[in-house]
Design a protein around this ligand. Structure first.
Ligand code: FNR
Length: 395
């Protein structure tokens, strides 16, 4: 994928050379827009309205989504010069594992509504670029198949703890058996957020059988059904709605989950420093600072605004992942400078999936990494691990 000249800088220069050469020699421009807003707009044009709104929408009046983006404007990168950025290293170590890049693809459920290949296409694209992938409990394909598609690429499994503890136990065990490297327990979804777009459309993909493959393939879930899901898919979908989340969870339940597995547990959906501390005190090796991309609570704090306080609260005791509003390389640099160990991206690559399946996700990954690579270099760093607060204008 990378020619000799660019071998040491595979992301930024390589992508530029490829698009400019193709554009100037053949007049062909990339199919997938690079600007995240235009990418979303193209996906809106292609997708069924219900699917697009499910992905694009947020809770209530979507003010949290807007706040997520606005928060990045409070930080400015101070580029430094004459620092030899001829070769760059974007790799980092997360939970003791080498990541080629400091970026994860966030867990996204029900991908089958935007493309028939769903998670398998996304996982293959992640593997193409060695971008670590978080498989959702609500994947459109069983977690074992997603693990196969990822191959050697780092893989985390995102868990929605079920009301049925045996089902939770089974999902964790399956993830361990399938070779996942960590369990991400999402804590911010004891109830589904009030999503106006989906309410107006009366649309919930799971009731159509999309995003429940990890349930219908699970022996514990199947035992709960009077008939196999293949014979009565509607009853399986209804049963999923009954068991998918447990709104009674408290910190002791996180400790119970952490005890189920030898894998590191990462608590997702943390917005308060005290919650971050509690997560660590109850067995989490990491936290994901996230407001679920604005899909759960309207008028919630921007995730980025909470990042520095959470980094301070957990100190060296936990890995900090950041998501919610990351769209470009500069956003990642800001989050990393504020102390995140790795960032996670949601909607943009789902739009790539909608437009061109595996190739679409791969292109979004390629553009994001190219942008990140060049932004890190032009900020004056040859290693992403060196990016710290001094990259930003002191307030
Ligand atoms: C999500 N998210 C999510 N989170 C999770 O823990 N489990 C899940 O199954 C899903 N599913 C899901 C579906 C869709 C369509 C979206 C857009 C989001 C939240 C996701 O992991 C992540 O937190 C946000 O998407 C990050 O925000 P941005 O990058 O989309 O702004």
């Amino acid at each position: 994928m990378v020619d000799d000249e660019d071998a040491s800088t595979p992301y930024g220069r390589h992508r530029q050379t490829s698009v400019y050469t193709t554009g100037m020699l053949t007049g062909t421009v990339p199919d997938i827009p690079v600007d995240p807003d235009r990418l979303a707009e193209r996906a809106r044009e292609e997708l069924d309205g219900r699917a697009y709104d499910y992905v694009a929408g947020g809770a209530g009046g979507e003010s949290t989504m807007r706040a997520n983006r606005r928060a990045f404007d409070d930080y400015r990168i101070v580029p430094r010069v004459m620092r030899d950025t001829g070769t760059r290293d974007l790799s980092t170590t997360v939970l003791g594992q080498e990541f080629a890049v400091p970026v994860l693809l966030a867990p996204i459920g029900a991908q089958g509504i935007v493309h028939e290949d769903g998670d398998l296409a996304s996982a293959r694209a992640a593997a193409q670029w060695d971008v670590p992938y978080v498989c959702s409990t609500q994947a459109s394909e069983p977690l074992e198949d997603v693990a196969d598609a990822l191959g050697e690429t780092p893989k985390w499994f995102q868990l929605y703890a079920s009301e049925d503890r045996e089902l939770t136990r089974s999902l964790v065990q399956r993830a361990e058996d399938a070779g996942y490297d960590a369990i991400v327990v999402t804590l911010d979804t004891p109830h589904l957020g009030w999503r106006e777009r989906d309410i107006d459309r009366g649309f919930l993909p799971f009731l159509d059988g999309d995003g429940i493959a990890n349930y219908t393939s699970d022996p514990v879930f199947r035992d709960r059904l009077a008939q196999p899901p293949e014979a009565n898919p509607r009853a399986a979908a209804q049963e999923f709605v009954q068991v998918f989340s447990d709104a009674t969870l408290t910190w002791d339940d996180l400790a119970w989950i952490a005890e189920l597995t030898d894998l590191p547990v990462v608590a997702k959906g943390i917005l308060h420093p005290d919650d971050a501390r509690a997560a660590v005190d109850h067995g989490a090796a990491g936290v994901v600072v996230s407001n679920h991309g604005g899909r759960q609570v309207d008028n919630a704090v921007a995730a980025l605004d909470q990042l520095p306080g959470i980094v301070e609260a957990v100190g060296e005791d936990a890995t900090v992942v950041f998501d919610s509003g990351i769209r470009r390389g500069a956003d990642a640099v800001v989050a990393l400078a504020l102390g995140a160990d790795v960032v996670s991206v949601g909607r943009p690559w789902v739009y790539g999936l909608a437009l061109a399946g595996e190739d679409g996700v791969a292109t979004v990954c390629e553009n994001f990494l190219a942008d990140l690579d060049l932004t890190v270099a032009l900020a004056g760093y040859d290693a992403v691990d060196d990016v710290d607060e001094s990259a930003l204008r002191p307030s």
